[in-house]
Design a protein around this ligand. Structure first.
Ligand SMILES: [Cu+2]
Length: 286
């Protein structure tokens, strides 16, 4: 019961909450329905197109089923509610074989369809070409990244960037350079604890970085630009600052960057010898 002294939420308060929610949604998601509200587009890599198509197909199918099921539930609640003076049990339907077959077979078919599409997409996205154009070996470490450009025998060793909230900090993030339209093999590893290598705009996140184990995937970036990358596995105190940037650049620019690393003396590969536990087998057991 509401006493007169209890303030009721005013209309403006409700409008403010609604406006806030809309602003949050608008800033957090792309508003483009064709990408399924993902902050990417089909042209970013050779694989984003099929991943976005799979995502869109899945959520549209699932939402359709959801709306149908919720609709039927609400309809049944209303149509078959208990009426006044109605004290009879409704018609009982246990051991109704056709009905039970229906609600067993339909979900199996639905899961089967999702399974086939998932499997097809996974196989295609994880396919490895025997001769990638470029190999980068990447180590996650508390709380930054080492990038090795294996074919060029140069490396870049990142350091954690403190997020102070001031402008310009993003420019200091470790940057992974990738040449556009080249099939890149990523070999990811960890120096200490589990991390995960994630470039959200590439719409692909399978690559856990596990000490003592090399995970491999390939992707061809097809659109020049700067993308954000991050660690996607809670890995300790400064996990949130384990960030990097990915610059997809022309081949000319890429070669220039490789030369710059060589000129800076960053020759050679930073391998397992820098892992916290010395060698990878030992590291895996900690
Ligand atoms: Cu991490």
């Amino acid at each position: 019961m509401r006493t007169p002294s209890t303030p009721t939420p005013s209309k403006s308060w409700r409008v403010a909450v609604l406006a806030g929610a809309v602003a949050l949604l608008a800033s957090g998601c792309s508003t483009d329905i064709s990408t399924g509200f993902l902050t990417s587009d089909a042209g970013v890599t050779n694989k984003t197109g099929e991943l976005i198509a799979f995502w869109n197909g899945s959520w549209i199918a699932l939402l359709t089923v959801g709306v149908l099921v919720w609709g039927l539930m609400i309809w049944a609640l209303i149509a078959y509610r208990k009426r006044k003076d109605d004290h009879e049990l409704p018609v009982q339907l246990q051991y109704h074989v056709p009905l039970e077959l229906m609600y067993t077979v339909i979900p199996i078919v639905m899961i089967g369809v999702l399974f086939v599409f998932s499997q097809r997409t996974i196989e295609s996205v994880q396919a490895l070409d025997e001769n990638p154009d470029l190999t980068v070996s990447i180590y996650g470490k508390q709380w930054s990244w080492d990038f090795n450009y294996v074919d060029y025998d140069v490396h870049y060793s990142g350091e954690r960037v403190e997020l102070t909230g001031e402008e310009g900090v993003a420019d200091e993030l470790p940057t992974l350079y990738l040449p556009v339209d080249q099939n890149v093999q990523f070999e990811v590893n960890s120096r200490d604890v589990n991390h995960a290598f994630w470039i959200p705009a590439f719409v692909y996140k399978k690559t856990d970085m596990i000490p003592g184990r090399t995970n491999i995937f390939q992707v061809t970036p097809t659109k020049e630009g700067v993308y954000m990358g991050k660690c996607a596995e809670l890995c300790g105190e400064f996990h949130s600052e384990m960030l990097f940037r990915v610059a997809v650049v022309s081949m000319d620019e890429f070669e220039k960057q490789m030369q710059a690393l060589r000129d800076a003396g960053n020759v050679g590969i930073l391998g397992d010898e820098l892992n916290r536990y010395g060698n990878e087998t030992e590291g895996a057991q900690h």
